[in-house]
Each structure stands twice: as structure tokens, then as C-alpha cells.
Design a protein around this ligand. Structure first.
Ligand code: ATP
Length: 442
């Protein structure tokens, strides 16, 4: 039995990850180091879910042990050490492995980053967020000595069966309120709920104002992870609804909620983030998701929420302005006759804005938006600004003529470079005559 959890866990890994983990375990065994698989991969394996990335810890407190192991076992990998927590990230072509050194943590004050000290495996498991994440599977003989096949010091296996997320001590949310956001994300992903005791502890942390002490950057990073998960099929609207039910949203910003009218659009957006309906470049998921979530709220609350999340600059301004942009896009679309006019109506929107507009669109505009983004937007017109300058056009007329040629091409009137030049020529002939200096005005 003892070996079988280890063996089946390794078997469940994608081939490249498994090969890398086995190489690390072999190098660790040669040095009699204790190495364990911990956290998410163990939880997901015991639940029978797919495991992708590997999280490992080295129990030996030799400074630099993790780095030395990684370099020894996987010389060709990109290896990055993060000094503060003694963790090492190993990146191979198809896989990523985090290798940490056991540690314990304590929090100088609620919401602060933890102070890290050396610890043993059991202390490392006890510093974690939920019992189902406080599980380890020993991978090397030194790690397994005197221990069961699954090291479970907090009752995580029982909670996996009960499908509950349970914090490990009653001030856990005081120490790190972002755990509430992690709870909502995990609960939505796994179909779990927060245990009664943990709900009570969360209420206490809310009452004591713990959320007010967390930086906007940390909150934003957790929301980013939530919307990352949405692109892997997790229902972000469900997670946000839990945060609302737990009274966490108004603790982030007074009045913040999940408007009912945003739920269906958020779900649609989640599906499209997982499988974009057109070939999109790398999407800023957080931007698209915040635009959709916050659109029904009033502009002041939208701005305050984004400021609370320390979101600044152009992205913040675009999310604040999104509802106006969406409404004017719908108006222009309703008036647009032909593909050229649709292109003109949507041309100023980036991929994230288009997806966010799409999430609020009814069936007809939805078809038009997808056809525009997938088929028309990538098309290039057969003439450029220099061609038009050569025909005698100048100033703003060049831009106007390029737009006319583009609309003509999408409407099927301009089929070749010659057609485009003829159209431009006509526009050049129609251009108003320049007034001679000193001539009387008409
Ligand atoms: P995923 O499947 O999304 O990778 P994960 O559970 O592996 O989820 P990570 O964010 O990669 O989550 O974190 C790795 C482990 O570190 C978790 O399993 C958890 O035990 C621990 N952890 C992460 N964040 C916290 C936190 N804020 N407080 C306590 N433990 C944490």
C-alpha cells in the first residue's frame, strides 16, 4: 500500500513531469535527502483528478539543498531560485516543477507577509491554508522512514471525503485574509464548501477588519488566479457568489457585489477564455473579467474597486469606461449595414474588450462580432498610405480614403489593388480645392 500511492501519483503525472520528478527523486535518494510531493498535486491525485504541475519539498535543511538537487538532476532545465523562501522553480520544455525547502511561518501582524523559519515536514504542512492542501507523499526512502504513504497531520483525507475546505487554526484568516479568495476559487473548482468552523473564523476576521490590512496587489493577484482558473473551465461567477455570501466582497470595497446581470455574461466569458472564438493573442484575462463583472455597478464604485485592487493606468481607465464603450458598440452595430460598417464600429476594440462586449451581446450582435473578429479583422487592404499620397491625397483625407477602401473591400466592392486605386483616385478628384492665399472666402 505504502509504495502504491507514490507509484500511482507518479504515474498520474504527464510524461515529461514524471521523468523530471523521478530524476529529482533519484538524485535526492543518492544523497539520502528526504523529498516529498505536497499540496495541490497530492490533493488532486487523491480526488482522482488530473495532476499537471508538481510541488515538491526537500526536508533537509542544508542551505541551498533544493538548488543543488535541481542542478544535479536536471542540468538542462531553466532553474530560478527565489532566495526569500528558499524555493526553486524548474522549467523544462513542457513542464514546471516547484521545489521548496521545508519551512514554518509566523505572521508579524494580520495581512502581512509571513516571517519564514526552518521547520520540518509536519510544521510545513501546518502552515498551509486548508487541510486538503496539507498532505504529502514521501518520494524517497529517507522521506518515508517511519511515515505512512500519505502524511496527513491535519485530517485532510477525511475532509477530501467530506468535500470540505477547513482552515488549520482559528486565526488563519486573520493571518492571511487572501485565503478566503483561495477558498472560493478551490471550492468552485472542486465542488467543495467551507466548513462551518472555517466560516465562523472568517466572520471573526471580517469583524476584526482583517481585510482592510491586505494590500491591493495581493488581492489582485488572487483574483488573477481566479480568472486564470476560469480559462480552465472553473466557474468564476460561482466563486464570486461565494465571496459575496461570505460577506467578503463588501469587505474589499463597501458596496461591492456580484450583480445578477453579470452572472451569465461572466460564465460566457469564462467559456471563451478557455476556448477563444477567434485566434486571440495572449489575453489579459483579469481585464476582460473585471470589465464584465463590474459593468452593471455605478462608475464611482467601479473606480473605487479598481483602486482598491491597485489597478492603475490604461487598463483601469478602460475598465471604468467599458459600459459606455459596450453600449456605443451595440448602437453602432445595430445601425451598421454591411461588413465594412461593422468593421468600423468595432475597429477600436482590443481582444479583451471585444470578448467583454461579446459576453453581453444577444445572438445577432454575437454572430456579427465573432465573424468580424475571426474573418474580417485580420484582412489587410491592398493599398497603403504611400499609394494614396502618390495619388495626390494628403492630410486627414488619407485616413478617410484608407477607411473607405477597407469598407469597400469588406463589402466586396473593392476586390483588387486596381479597384482600390480607382476608388482612391475618385476620392482624390473629389477633394475640395485648396484656397489660394488672399482669395476671398466663399
Ligand atoms: P493549483 O492547483 O491552482 O496550483 P495549489 O493548491 O497547488 O493550486 P498554489 O497556489 O500553487 O496552490 O499553492 C501551493 C500550495 O501552497 C497550496 O497547496 C497551499 O498548501 C500552499 N499555499 C498557497 N497559498 C497559501 C496561503 N495564502 N496560505 C497558506 N498556504 C498557502
Amino acid at each position: 500500500m505504502k509504495g502504491s500511492v507514490r507509484a500511482s501519483l507518479l504515474e498520474s503525472l504527464p510524461a515529461a513531469t514524471r521523468a523530471a520528478v523521478e530524476a529529482l527523486a533519484a538524485a535526492a535518494a543518492r544523497r539520502a535527502f528526504a523529498v516529498h510531493m505536497v499540496g495541490g498535486p497530492v490533493r488532486d491525485h487523491l480526488l482522482g483528478r488530473g495532476v499537471h504541475d508538481a510541488d515538491l519539498i526537500v526536508e533537509d535543511r542544508i542551505p541551498g539543498a533544493a538548488l543543488e538537487l535541481a542542478r544535479d538532476a536536471l542540468a538542462t532545465a531553466k532553474i530560478t531560485a527565489h532566495g526569500r523562501f528558499g524555493t526553486v522553480r524548474i522549467e523544462l520544455a513542457e513542464t514546471r516543477i516547484d521545489l521548496a525547502t521545508v519551512r514554518s511561518e509566523h505572521y508579524p501582524h494580520a495581512g502581512a507577509l509571513p516571517i519564514v523559519a526552518a521547520g520540518d515536514l509536519e510544521a510545513d504542512l501546518r502552515r498551509r491554508d486548508f487541510s486538503v492542501n496539507a498532505l504529502a507523499v514521501p518520494l524517497t526512502p529517507a522521506a518515508g522512514r517511519g511515515r505512512p504513504a500519505v502524511v496527513d497531520v491535519c485530517g485532510g483525507q477525511g475532509d477530501l471525503e467530506k468535500k470540505v475546505l477547513r482552515i488549520l487554526h482559528e486565526r488563519s484568516f486573520h493571518d492571511d485574509p487572501t485565503r478566503a479568495l483561495r477558498a472560493a476559487r478551490l471550492a468552485a473548482r472542486l465542488g467543495f464548501s467551507l466548513s462551518r468552523g472555517s466560516r465562523a473564523a472568517l466572520r471573526d476576521a471580517l469583524r476584526d477588519g482583517a481585510f482592510g490590512r491586505v494590500s491591493g496587489d495581493r488581492l489582485r493577484r488572487e483574483l488573477e488566479k481566479l480568472f486564470e482558473d476560469a480559462s480552465r473551465g472553473v466557474d468564476a461567477a460561482l466563486a464570486l457568489r461565494m465571496l459575496e455570501e461570505w460577506h467578503v466582497l463588501p469587505a474589499l470595497e463597501p458596496g461591492l457585489r456580484l450583480p445578477r446581470t453579470a452572472i451569465a455574461p461572466l460564465r460566457r466569458l469564462g467559456r471563451w477564455l478557455a476556448a477563444p472564438p477567434w485566434p486571440a493573442a495572449k489575453l489579459r484575462r483579469l481585464g476582460a473579467a473585471l470589465a464584465v463583472w463590474l459593468a452593471p455597478l455605478d462608475a464611482g464604485l467601479r473606480l473605487r474597486t479598481l483602486e482598491r485592487l491597485s489597478l492603475r493606468g490604461e487598463l483601469r481607465d478602460r475598465i471604468v469606461a467599458f459600459p459606455k464603450l459596450r453600449d456605443s458598440a451595440f448602437r453602432d452595430l445595430a445601425r451598421a449595414r454591411g461588413r465594412g460598417a461593422i468593421d468600423a464600429a468595432l475597429g477600436r476594440l482590443g481582444d479583451e474588450e471585444l470578448l467583454a462586449v461579446l459576453a453581453y451581446a444577444g445572438p445577432t450582435p454575437r454572430r456579427r462580432i465573432v465573424r468580424y473578429a475571426a474573418e474580417d479583422r485580420p484582412r489587410r487592404i491592398p493599398v497603403n498610405g504611400d499609394d494614396l499620397l502618390a495619388l495626390g491625397l494628403s492630410g486627414p483625407l488619407v485616413g478617410k480614403a484608407l477607411a473607405r477602401v477597407r469598407a469597400g473591400m469588406l463589402d466586396g466592392v473593392v476586390r483588387s489593388r486596381e479597384d482600390a486605386l480607382v476608388l482612391a483616385h475618385e476620392l482624390a478628384r473629389r477633394k475640395p480645392p485648396r484656397l489660394r492665399k488672399g482669395a476671398p472666402s466663399p
